[in-house]
Design a protein around this ligand. Structure first.
Ligand code: BES
Ligand code: MN
Ligand code: ZN
Length: 498
């Protein structure tokens, strides 16, 4: 069921709702909440005076006042001077999660104007809408419904009696991004037997049909005909056919931003097979593809004046009698030959053909996104994704979009010294270096296939999914990339070719 958010000019005091969440910084009750405090019979003031709620980050307290507001949920924002888009998004997400666990169908959220700090009303509106959608998300489709099914949270409205129009404009953007992120999470979470390459392609076709985007889907025969020997090397061991998907939204003239997403619907490692422990997580190896499709969902809702192309190479990586073997040499779409040292380094193989395919669009820039290396988890943990590229200005633009969106990325160097890691004895390049600089050598491999456009690569292996619940994440898929890509693309509105 789609989750919805509207911005209402209503004041929080006496608002008729099963649950009203109010975000609060540390310190005294802000003046704008005096009426709400009175409506609760002074309960908020007493709660603060008793020290039962201080406004600490992620702190919550629930009050059951008399009157039309059944529950008031206070949510901590942290220190007033530290209020940011990230803090607001996080509080909204916490509120929506709490509303979800309370089993209410609708709820409301209010951010007192005193708490805004340096954040503009429009930015706050966007962050609130993103956070609410983020916290409201859940996946129950594959479970038998319980006898007494708890209702799903269908809508959470934002109460903004001040700057209503600006908050509403931001919230329109945030809700579209939230919906894109939900779409990404919805396909990420699906198991490998459901979310196959043809399923990914059907999802792309469905999005394209809904919004009138251009779409091309290459099946196996067409992929072979096209000369994508690296993608085919990964796909040849699988009974499931690969797909190569190209989506296009032309909201403006001029060279497009091309987004490339790794769509490995299950990564066993192939003949270089992975250990059994946690192998089930490799259903998430299509998270880059999900980020690209989610971004198109957002673009379809917003229709901004931008030109965006999405490329998704999609395949399984399986061991079998027809699978590619370590030592095999294949010819990529660009024409470079690749010695496949390790069949588990398959992501770079499918991406390199997509990078070569991107040339035909004469892109303004190409951003690829992939759960590419375990090494990035060692380097940056689950807090940030890695970014590498050919163009410092582009990397900075990506980094800045990451900060604004709360999907942080951090640069790793692609210095020439690292290039030697990917030298092959018999082919132009090999697909796996050794353990040292594992994320950088993967980046260098991709760089070998970048021809004629500024390029940046995002390694999201540590951020695409999470095995534990925290304030900003629900256990499982995160939709990583949709917020960053949307922020990046929207930031280029009217910029033309840069
Ligand atoms: N899909 C994996 C990377 C990955 C690891 C994603 C952990 C999410 C969590 C990728 O295809 C892979 O297997 N990479 C290898 C490369 C190596 C063989 C050079 C890796 O990181 O071990
Ligand atoms: Mn792999
Ligand atoms: Zn993989």
């Amino acid at each position: 069921m789609p989750f919805e958010t509207a911005v209402l000019p209503a004041a929080p005091a006496g608002f008729d709702t099963p649950l009203l969440a109010v975000a609060m910084t540390r310190g005294a009750l802000p003046a704008s909440l005096t009426a709400l405090d009175q409506a609760t019979g002074g309960a908020l003031g007493r709660l603060l005076a008793a020290g039962d709620f201080s406004g600490k980050k992620d702190e919550t307290a629930l009050v059951y006042p008399p009157g039309a507001t059944a529950r008031v949920l206070l949510v901590g924002l942290g220190k007033p001077e530290e209020v940011s888009r990230t803090a607001i998004r996080r509080a909204a997400s916490t509120a929506a999660k709490r509303a979800r666990s309370a089993g209410v169908v609708r709820a409301a959220f209010h951010l007192p104007s005193e708490a805004l700090g340096a954040v503009t009303p429009a930015e706050a509106g966007q962050a609130m809408a993103e956070g609410l959608a983020q916290g409201a998300w859940q996946y129950t489709e594959m479970k038998r419904p319980p006898e007494e099914k708890k209702a799903a949270l269908e809508r959470m409205d934002i109460l903004a009696p001040n700057a209503t129009a600006a908050v509403a404009e931001g919230s329109r953007v945030g809700a579209a991004i939230g919906a894109g992120q939900a779409l990404a999470r919805g396909i990420q979470v699906l198991p490998g037997n459901v979310c196959t390459p043809s399923y990914v392609a059907r999802t792309a076709e469905e999005i394209a049909g809904r919004y009138g985007f251009g779409i091309t889907v290459l099946d196996k025969a067409a992929i072979v005909r096209e000369g994508m020997g690296a993608l085919m090397a990964v796909a040849q061991g699988s009974a499931e056919e690969p797909r190569f998907i190209a989506l296009e939204y032309q909201g403006a003239e001029g060279p497009p931003v091309v987004l490339v997403g790794k769509g490995v619907t299950f990564d066993t490692g192939g003949i270089s097979i992975k250990p059994a422990q946690n192998m089930e997580d490799m259903k998430y190896d299509m998270s880059g593809a999900a980020a690209v499709l989610g971004t198109f969902e957002t673009m379809g809702r917003l229709r901004p004046p931008v030109h965006v192309v999405g490329l998704v190479p999609s395949t399984e990586n399986m061991p079998s009698g027809t699978a590619v073997k370590p030592g095999d040499v294949v010819t990529s779409l660009l024409g470079k030959t690749i010695e496949i040292i390790n069949t588990d380094a398959e992501g770079r193989l499918i991406l390199c053909d997509a990078l070569a395919y991107a040339r035909r669009y004469q892109p303004a820039c190409v951003l690829d996104i992939a759960t590419l290396t375990g090494a990035i988890v060692v380097a940056l943990g689950h807090t940030a994704s890695g970014v590498m590229g050919t163009d410092d200005q582009l990397i900075e633009e990506v980094r800045s979009a990451g900060e604004r969106s709360g999907e942080r990325v951090w640069p790793l160097p692609l210095w020439d010294e690292y290039r030697d890691l990917m030298k092959s004895d018999i082919a132009d390049v090999k697909n796996a270096g050794g353990r040292p600089a594992g994320s950088i050598s993967a980046g260098w491999f991709l760089r070998e296939f970048v021809d004629g456009f500024p390029w940046a690569h995002l390694d999201i292996a540590g951020t695409a999914y999470t095995d534990r619940e925290d304030a900003t994440r629900v256990k499982g898929p995160t939709g990583m990339g949709v917020r960053l890509f949307s922020e990046f693309v929207l930031g280029r509105q009217g910029a033309g070719a840069r």
